[in-house]
Write a protein that binds this ligand. Structure first.
Ligand code: URA
Length: 428
């Protein structure tokens, strides 16, 4: 893999040439080892963002990132495996009810997850609000838990696609996150290295998502499905709406509480709908479409699997969740029908209240976040609570309120309506 240098690879992509397999292998390996500098890789990432990559280049780039670390193998488990990945949304707590639900249906879920950055929350941050719960597991612990409980949500170790870890942090500070080849290879290198047998991608579309329009989202979905399929992973994608935040909460502990409501057979209709849609795809991908996940929610077996999953990672599923020290209620400024609730506005408010982080080393507040008391289509009454803002620091409220301004519409005298379907399309 010698004979290349960083300037040659950067110039090739700058001048719109297709990178060769050996150029890609070399640059990923050299960057992981520190022989290609951050400024060189950020220049290449920008050239990729501007000039794109062919499917062949993306596949090779993904393989090179997988090869930078270890590859896990769950093929000796007694049950099939399936995982889900969401490209990130506001109020997206779906992994929490989904993983134990799918486990309760007889399919193991090995989910290596991340922490949130920016306005979208991270699954590990949410679970860490449960007293005692720990995100770091050894590979042996993960394997044992998959065999006994059937579901693990834990932190990806440093050995899983280390090239992506380094590159993602660099993209985050160089305006190069939004490149489809880089997003697709980033997500799929981790999921393929994780060793799941089936994968369902929840590709979010709308104001609260990376992909603001459906054509971009479809291109991302098709790219990822092709990468997964070529790697032997049964992969499908659902394009789902993220113009409105999911459920009624965005934060950490408050999203855990909402997920537990879903596992108890209640919870907001949209969260239940998406959880079941994704569960059905995961089960079909793993060859178990004979099981009805709705029954496992109704009969309490998904809740039992949740409690086992939390206890297996030293968490106490029955302990009280942390509560924010301060709260501020925003009342409806007029009566009518809520016609719009913007996911980005709510995500930003939750983030400013302390639920998310600005830099990856920042702590998050377990109790912080936003609760909204109506969803688009619902009647609201002037003076009644519309949002409850939660934070440990009172001084955070004013900036959160600013982000909610213009984030919703109330139509006086409007007629209440049913929510629009969440699943926009299916790829795969
Ligand atoms: N999530 C990832 O893991 N990688 C990206 O590039 C974007 C979202």
């Amino acid at each position: 893999m010698s004979g290349h240098d960083a300037i040659e690879v950067i110039s090739a992509k700058r001048d719109r040439h297709e990178l060769s397999d050996s150029q890609i292998d070399w640059v990923i390996d050299a960057y992981t080892k520190g022989a290609v500098a951050d400024e060189q890789m950020s220049s290449l990432a920008m050239a990729i963002l501007l000039n794109g990559m062919t499917r062949r280049e993306i596949a090779r780039w993904t393989d090179a990132m997988i090869a930078s670390g270890e590859r896990m193998d769950f093929s000796t488990l007694s049950r099939p495996t399936a995982d889900k990945h969401s490209t990130g949304g506001v109020g997206d707590k779906i992994t929490l009810p989904l993983a134990p639900l799918v486990a309760a249906c007889g399919v193991a879920v090995p989910q290596l997850s991340g922490r949130g950055l920016g306005h979208t929350g991270g699954t590990l941050d949410k679970l860490e609000s449960i007293p005692g719960w720990r995100a770091a597991l050894s590979n042996q612990e993960m394997f044992a838990q998959l065999e006994s409980v059937g579901a693990v949500v834990c932190a990806a170790g440093d050995e899983l696609a280390p090239a992506d870890k380094k590159l993602y942090a660099l993209r985050d500070v160089t305006g190069t996150v939004e490149a489809i080849p880089l997003i697709a290879s980033s997500i799929m290198s981790k999921k393929i290295a994780e060793g799941t047998g089936a994968l369902v991608l929840d590709v979010k579309v709308g104001t609260g998502a990376f992909m603001k329009d459906v054509d971009q989202a479809r291109e991302l979905a098709e790219t990822m499905v092709a990468l997964g399929t070529d790697a032997g992973v049964h992969t499908v994608a659902l394009l789902t709406d993220m113009s409105t935040p999911l459920g009624l909460t965005a934060g950490n502990a408050i999203e855990v509480a909402e997920s537990v409501e879903v596992l108890a057979g209640g919870g907001p209709a949209d969260v239940v709908e998406l959880t079941l849609a994704l569960a059905r795809e995961m089960l079909a991908g793993a060859g178990r479409d004979d099981v009805d996940p709705a029954e496992k929610l109704a009969d309490g077996s998904a809740m039992d699997a949740w409690k086992q999953m939390i206890r297996a990672q030293d968490g106490d599923p029955d302990a009280a969740l942390p509560v924010a020290r301060e709260c501020h209620v925003v009342t409806a400024p007029s009566s009518g029908v809520l016609t719009r609730l913007d996911a980005m506005a709510v995500g930003l408010a939750a983030w400013r209240l302390g639920a998310g982080r600005a830099r990856k080393e920042d702590p998050v507040q377990a109790g912080a976040g936003v609760v909204w008391h109506a969803r688009p289509g619902d009647d609201v009454t002037e003076g009644e609570p519309l949002f409850t803002l939660l934070s440990d620091d009172e001084h955070r409220f004013s900036r959160a309120l600013e982000s909610l301004e213009g984030g919703f519409d109330i139509e006086p005298g409007g007629t209440p309506f049913e929510a629009t379907p969440l699943v926009i399309d299916r790829v795969g």
